[in-house]
Design a protein around this ligand. Structure first.
Ligand SMILES: O=C(O)/C=C/C(=O)CC(=O)CC(=O)O
Ligand SMILES: [Ca+2]
Ligand SMILES: [Mg+2]
Length: 408
């Protein structure tokens, strides 16, 4: 793992106990780990009861996720007890900079929702040049689109600038005249600050969940950067939604934060003006998780790293909860597998510098602080709930497209 991960020791106190997948010189096969402070603990080395022996030696957390919340809670509390009693054996521990993190789960399906009213209003206007208002379904159900799994990578993995078809434009950007179409590396590569939920206990095909039942199927939460090539998106998304603009890359954070760790950071949700909801979407607890999230763009090389904070906001700004997006996704009877990923959408608040992506700064009439992401720049997302509980970072560098040619 990069030395920058050391900066996040205070996200991983005794009240967190996240789950991840890692290898190291001493543990050369990928396996299940947790993190306490700056120590990564290899779970197969611990005496933990209540789980099948080989679960922690697998190269993904899917089998562990499938065991359900009662087992996850039991394992978490046993780890906490071992840490408190200083009974973690030396050979189970490695410093965070000596391990290599991998994708925590094999993701079979990825859906990305769009639950921020601010993002919905601004993104449409910036892409199309005119105010659109909220889409007709927006207040009735969480709206989403199918993502792609083959290009999801773990924090620290460089991404390639996506290539595709888009309207040729000059400095006037996406608002320029939209006539000539070209094909080449995207010129308007953006990030999207998001959080996602990973499914634990599966939902059989044909069954569905209400929002009230959904929490039993949550394995945990991660940060997501839903990289978005805005020029490609502008040309392709009408009428069936984004495809290659979103599929070129998605970066997720390495540590899966459990619902148990987040329980004490639940707050009352803000009032949302909308009509009656379908019964499966009712969430009578009316609580949302409060996570302070931040996006930064990092330029320069290792000797002179310059970081600009682009956005600071909180996931409680969203109009739908994680339980509601799970309920909605399952309501067709599609079934859900352990490891499936559902993103909540770009987290944008209403205030200044609360936009979870750059596109929103390009709404006609506003003055963006900078252009989209250049090759060799890095984008860092960070999520923190409170003392000892956070997500660490979701970091990735943009490298040039493998093919830099342009057509025609
Ligand atoms: O609303 C639009 O025009 C654009 C939508 C998106 O970019 C899709 C998306 O990823 C939504 C989100 O992250 O909230
Ligand atoms: Ca998105
Ligand atoms: Mg993406």
């Amino acid at each position: 793992m990069s030395s920058y991960d050391e900066e996040f020791a205070d996200h991983f106190g005794i009240d967190n106990i996240p789950f991840g997948i890692a290898s190291s010189t001493w543990h050369d096969s990928l396996q299940a780990v947790t993190r306490y402070d700056n120590t990564v603990i290899f779970l197969a080395e611990l005496s933990i009861t209540g789980v099948p022996q080989n679960v922690f030696l697998q190269s993904s957390l899917n089998s562990f996720a499938a065991l359900g919340r009662a087992i996850h809670s039991l394992v978490r509390s046993q780890i906490q007890q071992l840490i408190r009693e200083e009974k973690i054996p030396g050979h189970a521990k490695e410093h965070v900079t000596n391990v290599c993190m991998a994708l925590p789960v094999v993701i079979g399906d990825f859906t990305d929702f769009s639950c921020s009213p601010t993002h919905n209003r601004n993104a449409g206007q910036a892409l199309m040049g005119q105010a659109r208002g909220l889409p007709p379904g927006y207040l009735h159900m969480p709206l989403g689109y199918a993502g792609r799994c083959s290009s999801i990578s773990v924090s620290g993995t460089p991404i390639h600038r996506p290539r595709g078809l888009y309207f040729e434009h000059g400095i006037e950007g996406l608002q320029g005249k939209r006539t000539q179409v070209t094909c080449g590396p995207s010129r308007d590569l953006d990030y999207e600050l998001e959080m996602g939920v990973i499914i634990g206990k599966p939902v059989p095909y044909g069954d569905f969940l209400s929002a009230k039942q959904a929490s039993q199927h949550i394995f945990g939460f991660i940060l997501i950067n839903d990289w978005s090539a805005r020029d490609i998106q502008q040309l392709e998304m009408i009428p069936v939604g984004p495809l290659n603009s979103k599929h070129g890359a998605t970066t997720i954070s390495a540590w899966v934060i459990s619902p148990d760790a987040l329980e004490s950071f639940k707050v009352d949700r803000r009032h949302i003006e909308r009509g009656q909801l379908a019964p499966h979407l009712l969430d009578p607890k009316n609580k949302v998780i409060s996570v302070d999230v931040q996006t930064s763009v990092i330029s320069g090389d290792i000797s002179q790293r310059h970081k600009s904070v682009m956005c600071t906001t909180n996931v409680r700004e969203m109009d739908w909860t994680f339980e509601q997006i799970i309920a909605h996704q399952s309501s067709s009877g599609c079934g859900m597998r352990s490891g499936d990923l559902l993103g909540i959408g770009t987290i944008s608040g209403p205030g200044t510098h609360e936009s979870g992506c750059m596109l929103e700064e390009f709404v006609p009439g506003s003055t963006p602080r900078r252009h989209y992401i250049a090759d060799n720049e890095e984008v860092q997302l960070v999520g923190k709930c409170g003392p000892g509980v956070g997500f660490g970072q979701c970091l990735a560098k943009v490298t040039p497209s493998k093919d830099k040619s342009a057509w025609p």
